[in-house]
Design a protein. Structure first.
Length: 292
C-alpha cells in the first residue's frame, strides 16, 4: 500500500530503452528535490528492450501542489533527455475528468456511478453521452450532464465530431464505453488512442454481436468472461487492460448467462478504469504493461 500522507502525491510514468542506472538516476533526482518515494514498480521487457517504470512520490517541503509539479517537471526534463525517456507526470490526487458513453444497458453505468460515489474510482464524470434516451434519468439523478447523440449512417461523422467537442470542452482525459453499442470510426479511434476504454462481453476474440450469451449457450460453454481494453480501429482487438471470468454449467440458460455476464462486465470494466486512472497501464504496441 502507498505510504499514508496528507501531502499531494504525484505519479511519474517513464518508458525508455533498457539499461543500467535508470532507477538510480530517477530516484536520485527526486531525492535531491526533497521528494519521498512511496511506491515504485518497474519492468524490463527483454523482448522489446524497453524499460517501464511507475514512481509515486510526494514533496516534503513547503509550497503549492501546482508549483511543486512544475518545478519537478522542469528539472526532470534533463534527466529524461539523457536517458532517451518518454515520460508523464500526474497529480495522483486530482480526479480524472471522464466522459461515459452508453446505449440502453444500465449495469455498467450504474456500477461506475456507485464506485465513484463510494470513492473507489477517482474520476469526475463530465458528461454521459448516449445514442438513446433510456439512461437520461439515471445520469440526471446524479446531477450529471446527459447528451443525446442519436447515430445514423447519415450523421455518424457529425455526431462523432460533437462527441470530440464535448471531450475538448470539458478537458476530459478518459472516455469509457460502458456498453455503448456503436462502432467508432477509425478517425475517432485515432483521436482517442490510449484514452478510451471499452468493455467486451467475452474473452477476446469470441462471440461477437448483440446476443453473445445466446451464442455461448448454444456452444455449451463452461466459462464466461469479459475483457476491458483500449479502443482501436481494429474492432475489439485493442490492448487488453483487465479480464474477469466465472464458471457456468449446463443448468444455466441464456437469461441466466446474461445475468452472470453482467457481473463479469462490471468487474472487468471497473478494475480497468481504476488501473487507468491510477496511471498503472502502459501501452506497448498491441500489448499493455500493467502495474497492479
Amino acid at each position: 500500500m502507498p505510504h499514508a500522507t496528507n501531502k499531494t502525491e504525484y505519479i511519474l510514468r517513464t518508458t525508455c530503452p533498457a539499461g543500467s542506472g535508470i532507477v538510480a538516476d530517477v530516484a536520485g533526482y527526486l531525492t535531491k528535490q526533497g521528494c519521498y518515494i512511496s511506491e515504485q514498480s518497474q519492468f524490463d521487457d527483454q523482448d522489446s528492450g524497453k524499460f517501464f517504470m511507475r514512481t509515486r512520490f510526494h514533496f516534503q517541503g513547503e509550497g503549492s501542489a501546482e508549483d511543486t509539479g512544475k518545478s519537478i517537471e522542469e528539472g526532470f526534463a534533463e534527466v529524461a533527455k539523457r536517458l532517451d525517456m518518454e515520460w508523464t507526470l500526474h497529480n495522483a490526487c486530482a480526479p480524472v475528468k471522464t466522459v461515459i458513453m452508453v446505449s440502453k444497458a444500465d449495469h455498467c453505468l450504474s456500477d461506475l456511478l456507485y464506485r465513484k460515489n463510494k470513492g473507489d474510482l477517482n474520476i469526475e464524470i463530465t458528461a454521459v453521452v448516449s445514442n438513446h434516451q433510456d439512461l437520461r434519468p439515471m445520469a440526471e439523478r446524479e446531477g450529471i450532464r446527459f447528451v443525446h447523440l442519436p447515430v445514423t449512417k447519415e450523421n455518424k461523422s457529425q455526431q462523432e465530431e460533437a462527441l470530440l467537442d464535448i471531450v475538448k470542452e470539458t478537458d476530459s482525459e478518459l472516455v469509457i464505453l460502458a456498453r455503448y453499442m456503436q462502432i467508432l470510426s477509425d478517425n475517432l479511434c485515432g483521436h482517442l488512442a490510449g484514452q478510451a476504454i471499452n468493455i467486451h462481453h467475452s474473452f477476446l476474440p469470441g462471440f461477437k454481436g448483440a446476443r453473445p450469451y445466446y451464442q455461448a449457450y448454444d456452444r455449451g460453454v463452461k466459462l464466461i468472461g469479459a475483457t476491458a481494453h483500449y479502443v482501436t480501429a481494429d474492432l475489439d482487438e485493442g490492448p487488453i487492460i483487465e479480464q474477469s471470468v466465472q464458471t457456468v454449467d449446463h443448468t444455466m440458460g441464456p437469461e441466466m448467462l446474461t445475468t452472470a455476464g453482467r457481473d463479469t462486465e462490471t468487474v472487468a470494466l471497473a478494475r480497468a478504469v481504476k488501473l487507468h486512472t491510477e496511471h498503472r497501464v502502459f501501452v506497448d504496441g498491441n500489448k499493455t504493461v500493467v502495474f497492479k
